[in-house]
Ligand binder design. Structure first.
Ligand SMILES: Nc1ncnc2c1ncn2[C@@H]1O[C@H](COP(=O)(O)OP(=O)(O)OP(=O)(O)O)[C@@H](O)[C@H]1O
Length: 878
């Protein structure tokens, strides 16, 4: 727990929010409602409002009014704090209504002043006024600056913290910001001032309540509430014509409502304030209605916030602590005019605006009604402040504390009567609402600061300046201002014995002076003590400084010696450096000459390169068409080779067919020859024979020699003397002496002639079933022997020959490259070719590419075009 005597902590100094219900009557103030009547536009017009006293008006309904019929021509009486007749001057209204609010603002109390009334009743006239006849707002600004002018803090010492409170900056920080601002303004500041608005207000004087030991700063903001959205009229950026972004209303740490992110401009003079106000005015949405060409369609709220903080003990700078700040605000609200939409004949946007205006005014009205009920009858109605932006923004005035004043403006003309009546009723009701009186605390006194600090500082500065002057003789200062025992003695003249009160007054005065003397003595003792300790500190410091001085002198002498030595070295080094510098210059010159040479050569090189490239291009052009012709030829060759490849593929396919035929034939050869060669042949026509098929019949003269080996021998012996074999007819290609594998049917028919060539080193197989027979290092050639009868019934023997090529899988493949056909003609045969009888040997050979496997050769008839008949083809005539 904090002891009773200890000083309060700074953050405990703020006044806590007080509960309205528990307030004593003297702690509350009613909303003060004034009525101002505007002059009639035409003198001939009938006025419905009559002022019966300084605070009462009578409303007489005209025959055209609705209330004339509804309320039986009833005259209504309304009472206000004061009624201002049409001829009342602006200054008078200001003095009565706004001046007390300004005074409160200076003392740290917040205030709210709004004008309320029917459209065209003079709200804006009252609030803003006209050139040369300024209204409440300019007058408030003028008087505030006149009052605080000598006590203003430097700009940016107080800075809004964006959460409705303020930070305090040091003088240095503030100066830096001022310089930045100066720089910004030099680069283009727009002047928004309006000479008309800098209204003459010479009659304005100062108000009481300024604390000389405080520093002050004024901040203004200007918002507009339009269609229940809040817009910042001082926001930089968007052009005036475009829609401004809407702002939201928030509650700060002290439960005060504020417009979040609103622009607050620090103002140092009334002129600056007018400038800001004029900028906001330009942004205001003005709309024209049938009723009033200048009617404002929005509520506008101009807020002046006054920040004050005590100066420190020295009376110079503000205490750097946020908690000593006191912020008070005066909000000047020009409400949009209330109107009946059916009378204004508004449509579209205007109708929506009118609806919103009326809705917000209705909310204001119902909020005040509920508040009044709560206050008067202890009801616990929930007040719907949030239903409208205007009531939400000023919630803390009604729930917290402050001074609230309202000026009801009225136009006494008959056309406005019904609406004016509503306004009067509202005003009467609002006057019954009470608001807690603001409590003022002297924070400086609470933290032990004495008053008169700034004055003392001023005197001190004057004295110092005076002493510095050469002609200073005697300083005459009114120290009484600082050490004053209070005001002068009251009048002590006692003229009768009954005047005891004078004695009492004198006694009180003396006691006060004694008290003050005591305080001053204590203060002096404290200051003496401080001075003594300061002098002692000074003496101690002085001694330390002296001894330090002696040691420093010794150090200085040693340092000087070192410096001299260093200087000598430096001179020597400089000389050396000079000579090096000369050399360096020479070398630099040499280097630069080399560089120049290099550059020239590089230039030459690049020139050469360019020339070569040019030549290359010329040659390329020249030979391009030749290259194109070559390309054409290449294409032709390609297409030819493609065609040949197709032919080869075609041949391969045919060979494959032959191979299949051969396979069938091989299978047929397994049948016994005698059966094949029997008398069946006599029954079978020779024309039934198809190439490649097994011979089914042979002519009778052919059968004998093939009947058996014995018969062959007989035939050979019967033809003794005839040269049936000539060694010269041996096929050279067949008998090349390499290892052959001869693949012939088992029962091959002996031809009985020399036709079949002998193959040296050959191995005979009937069936090629064992791979070793062919995949054998000794075998490099392959010969397939077939026998058949041709279409003429002649017997022919074909030998397909090829190279055995081993494959990578361990097997072998045969590439056929030669075909030999041996044909035997019967000498008895009657045909065109019958004159030639005996054996014919034709040899066909054709080189072909590797088929990649063992594929049968083409038959001679199929390859007749490509195959040639060898020169050494022999025909044996028997
Ligand atoms: N007390 C007055 N003395 C002289 N002229 C006045 C007075 N009151 C209003 N007028 C004039 O009446 C006209 C309308 O006044 P003003 O614009 O102030 O009305 P308003 O209530 O603000 O209207 P709205 O609600 O439409 O904004 C203005 O031309 C103004 O000069």
């Amino acid at each position: 727990m904090r002891s009773a005597k200890s000083k309060p902590r700074l953050n405990e100094l703020r006044t806590p929010a007080r509960s309205k219900q528990n307030l004593a009557p003297n702690e509350r103030d009613p909303v003060q409602v004034y009525c101002r009547l505007r002059p009639m536009s035409r003198e001939s017009d009938h006025s419905c409002i009559k002022i019966v006293s300084s605070n009462t008006v009578l409303l007489t309904p005209p025959a055209t009014a609705i209330s004339y019929r509804n309320e039986n021509n009833k005259i209504m009486k309304y009472t206000f704090k004061e009624v201002f007749p049409p001829e009342t001057s602006q200054a008078e209204v200001f003095d009565k209504v706004a001046l007390p609010l300004v005074e409160g603002l200076i003392r740290g109390k917040s205030g709210l002043l709004f004008t309320y009334g029917v459209t065209g009743s003079g709200k804006t006239f009252t609030m803003t006024g006209e050139p040369q006849n300024c209204g409440l707002l300019p007058r408030c600004l003028n008087i505030i600056f006149k009052t605080i002018n000598d006590y203003q803090a430097h700009k940016y010492v107080f800075k809004p913290d964006k959460m409705n409170l303020f930070d305090i900056q040091s003088e240095a920080e503030a100066m830096l910001e001022r310089q930045q601002e100066l720089h910004k303004f030099k680069s283009g500041k727009k002047n928004n001032s309006n000479p008309d608005l800098a209204m003459s207000s010479t009659d304005i004087t100062k108000v009481e309540g300024v604390n000389e030991d405080n520093q002050y700063a004024v901040f203004v903001s200007y918002v507009e509430i339009y269609n229940n959205s809040v817009f910042d009229l001082l926001e930089e950026g968007p052009p005036l014509t475009k829609n401004l972004p809407a702002k939201i209303i928030r509650e700060d740490a002290a439960h005060n409502m504020y417009v979040n992110g609103v622009t607050e401009i620090e103002i140092k003079s009334a002129e600056e304030a007018f400038e800001a106000f004029y900028l906001g005015l330009k942004r205001k949405r003005m709309a024209h209605t049938n009723l009033n060409a200048e009617s404002s369609r929005s509520h506008s709220v101009f807020t002046i916030r006054l920040v004050q903080a005590p100066v420190d003990e020295m009376g110079e700078a503000v205490i750097q602590n946020k908690d000593v700040l006191k912020v008070s605000q005066l909000s000047l609200v020009d409400l949009a005019g209330s109107e009946r939409t059916n009378r204004t004949k508004n449509t579209g946007q205007r109708l929506k605006e009118a609806g919103n205006i009326n809705k917000s005014l209705m909310t204001l009205r119902s909020c005040l009604e509920l508040l009044r009920e709560n206050q008067l009858f202890g009801a616990k109605n929930k007040v719907p402040y949030r239903e409208s932006k205007i009531t939400h923004l000023f919630k803390n005035f009604f729930e917290g504390e402050g001074q609230v004043r309202m000026i009801v403006c009225a136009n006494p003309r008959a056309e406005d009567y019904d609406e004016t009546l509503q306004v009067m009723r509202f005003a009467e009701m609002a006057a019954e609402v009470e608001v807690a009186k603001p409590q003022i605390t002297d924070i400086a006194a609470e933290i032990g600061l004495k008053s008169g600090r700034r004055k003392a500082n001023r005197l001190f500065n004057t004295a110092r300046e005076y002493i510095m002057r050469p002609d200073a003789k005697e300083l005459e200062l009114d120290l009484g201002l600082v050490y004053s025992l209070g005001p002068d003695f009251p009048s002590l003249k006692i003229s009768s014995s009954q005047e005891d009160h004078i004695i009492k007054e004198l006694k009180a005065h003396l006691e006060m002076r004694l008290n003050r003397r005591e305080i001053l003595k204590r203060s002096k003792a404290v200051k003496d003590e401080r001075l003594r300790s300061a002098l002692l500190d000074l003496e101690k410091d002085s001694l330390e400084v002296r001894s330090e001085n002696v040691s420093l002198k010794g150090q200085l002498a040693a340092a000087e010696r070192r410096v001299r030595a260093l200087e000598e070295r430096l001179t020597a080094t400089e000389n050396a450096s000079l000579s090096h510098q000369r050399k360096l210059n020479e070398m630099t010159e040499y280097t630069s000459s080399l560089k120049r040479e290099l550059q020239e050569k590089e230039l030459l090189l690049s020139q050469n390169k360019l020339d070569k490239e040019k030549q290359k291009k010329i040659l390329e052009k020249r030979y391009n068409h030749k290259i194109a012709a070559e390309h054409e030829k290449a294409k032709e060759i390609c297409s030819e080779s493609e065609r040949l490849r197709n032919v080869i593929e075609d041949k391969e396919n045919r060979l494959r067919i032959i191979a299949e035929a051969l396979k069938i034939e091989r299978d047929d050869h397994t049948e016994p020859v005698p059966k094949m060669m029997g008398d069946v042949g006599a029954q079978t026509s020779a024309r039934d024979f198809t190439p490649g098929s097994t011979p089914r019949a042979l002519p009778a003269h052919m059968l004998t020699p093939f009947s058996s080996a014995q018969q062959t021998k007989d035939t050979q012996s019967s033809r003794r003397g005839v040269a049936v074999a000539n060694p010269r007819h041996k096929r050279s290609l067949s008998a090349d002496g390499r290892g052959w594998i001869e693949h012939a049917p088992k029962n091959i028919v002996p031809m009985g002639t020399v036709l079949k060539p002998s193959i040296g080193h050959s191995k005979h197989v009937n069936k090629l079933t064992n791979v070793k027979d062919i995949a054998n290092s000794k075998v490099s050639k392959y010969c397939l022997v077939t026998q058949a009868q041709d279409t003429d019934g002649e017997f022919e023997m074909t030998m397909y020959k090829g190279d055995v090529v081993p494959t990578c899988g361990g097997g072998a493949q045969v590439i056929f490259n030669d075909v030999e056909m041996l044909k035997q003609f019967s000498p008895t045969r009657q045909s065109n070719s019958a004159r030639l009888s005996g054996n014919t040997c034709a040899r066909h050979s054709g080189k072909r590419r590797d088929t990649g496997g063992c594929s049968p050769p083409q038959t001679p008839s199929n390859t007749s075009k490509k195959q040639r008949v060898d020169d050494d083809e022999i025909i044996h005539m028997n």
